[in-house]
Design a binder for this molecule. Structure first.
Ligand SMILES: Cc1cc2nc3c(=O)[nH]c(=O)nc-3n(C[C@H](O)[C@H](O)[C@H](O)COP(=O)(O)O)c2cc1C
Length: 151
């Protein structure tokens, strides 16, 4: 039986991380996630990743375990993991959101200090940040492309 879940985690971007690393992550995410029925969203802002992975529970777990071993980030923390009735990001094998001038206030509204710090975020806040990004992206019609920046 398939149990649909959404897992949210945050981590720290490794010091020597570069643009090619991002390209590589998005490429392999698109390839593997389509194959595995995983959808989601990846945010990179202020030296942090924040990612939502949704799909079958077993597959989401094994994907997260694989991602944990990736040296391009560290200090990963699960912010929330829950069963869901339907996917929030059904159109995206891995939507990508980069911090920009425009969306910065949104990220900062979920952080206590001057920087986006998802490692310190409570589950409820993480869930509502995700919902806001989803709303934003839908307004912009950004759900078409699997790996493009969406807001
Ligand atoms: C922050 C972060 C997010 C990632 N997200 C995914 C993902 O959603 N799906 C995936 O397959 N790999 C993801 N990766 C990459 C994996 O760690 C791994 O490098 C990749 O899956 C290997 O793919 P391959 O075995 O097809 O070469 C992510 C890596 C990082 C650092």
């Amino acid at each position: 039986m398939t149990v649909l879940v959404r897992l949210l985690y945050a981590s720290k971007v490794s010091p020597n991380f570069g643009p090619m690393d991002m390209r590589d992550i998005l490429e392999s995410s698109r390839r593997n996630n389509v194959e595995q029925g995983i959808t989601g969203l990846l945010i990179m802002a202020d030296g942090h990743f924040f990612q939502a992975l949704e799909g079958d529970r077993k597959v989401v777990n094994s994907t997260y375990i694989k991602i944990l071993k990736d040296v391009r980030h560290s200090a990963s923390i699960i912010l929330s993991s829950q069963e869901v009735d339907k996917r929030q990001f059904s159109g995206w094998s891995m939507g990508y959101v980069l911090s920009t001038e425009k969306n910065r206030p949104l990220f900062l509204s979920y952080s206590a200090g001057k920087y986006f710090d998802p490692l310190a975020m409570r589950s409820a806040a993480a869930e509502s940040l995700l919902a806001e990004i989803d709303g934003y992206a839908r307004q912009l019609g950004g759900t078409e492309s699997a790996t493009d920046t969406v807001i």
